[in-house]
Ligand binder design. Structure first.
Ligand SMILES: [Ca+2]
Ligand SMILES: [Ca+2]
Ligand SMILES: [Ca+2]
Length: 243
């Protein structure tokens, strides 16, 4: 099933998502949410990393918790997205926190250190990460993505050891940061509206966010081109041959 934000939202939903969610114009492909991170994804796109950086750099979004050595009755939870949890670890050792996702899907854990992160399900089985890579642009230096299917039981997240026995964690749901990219075959910075991909990952080569190229095989024809009157070509893609 597909729906667009414009169809379901109106102004109020648009405003509520503007600060911490997808853009108004982004189409939400809800079928993708069941599939986990798409095959061939080599890195997350810049949207989710930039968003996570906003929370990492905003001191009001920080929450301090103290991890336990293994899972205990006092192991803290770091369930809330749009926060940076500053997790104090046991001295020179790994620490455990709990994470129970609000929604099933691929969850990205951004970390302030390039330290180990292991996620275990409620039975103690270690999950394989779907993707791990370095990031830059703020205090967050690493991201690891895990496909989390259960919203009714908490996962164990084992962190560290880490320098200073402290690591910041920002958790965001990958599917909330999908962007539609359009193929730009003629490399004129205008994409073909009818050939696109919707992804939270880095786009394929030659795909860009700007669309409305009416001839993607001719770099001299696009909405920013000057109209040349007297021919049969609509150089500026406005549907008129006279302007
Ligand atoms: Ca183009
Ligand atoms: Ca013309
Ligand atoms: Ca024209």
């Amino acid at each position: 099933m597909k729906m667009t934000m414009r169809n379901i939202g109106g102004a109020l939903i648009g405003l509520s998502l503007a600060a911490c969610g997808p853009g108004l114009e982004e189409e939400q492909d809800t079928s993708w949410q069941e599939q986990g991170l798409e095959a061939g994804c080599t890195a997350l796109g810049s949207t989710i990393s930039s968003h996570s950086c906003v929370h990492s750099t905003n001191s009001a979004d920080h929450v301090s918790v103290t991890a336990t050595s293994g899972l205990t009755s006092s192991t803290p939870s770091i369930n809330t997205a749009h926060k940076q949890f500053d997790v104090t670890l046991p001295a020179s050792a790994a620490g455990t926190v709990k994470f129970q996702p609000a929604t099933a899907g691929s969850w990205a854990f951004f970390l302030t250190q390039n330290t180990a992160i292991t996620v275990k399900d409620s039975a103690g089985n270690t999950l394989s990460s779907a993707l791990t890579h370095s990031v830059s642009g703020c205090a967050l230096t690493k991201v690891a993505v895990f496909n989390l299917s259960s919203t009714t039981t908490a996962y164990q997240v084992v962190l560290g050891p880490a320098s200073g026995n402290l690591v910041g964690v920002v958790a965001e749901r990958v599917e909330d940061y999908t962007v539609r990219y359009y193929q730009d075959s003629d490399a004129d910075a205008w994409g073909n509206s009818s050939v696109s991909v919707l992804t939270a990952c880095v786009p394929p080569a030659g795909y860009i966010t700007q669309r409305y190229d009416c001839n993607d095989a001719n770099a001299s024809i696009n909405p920013s081109a000057a109209e040349i009157t007297g021919n049969s070509v609509d150089e500026n893609c406005n549907g008129s041959l006279t302007n």
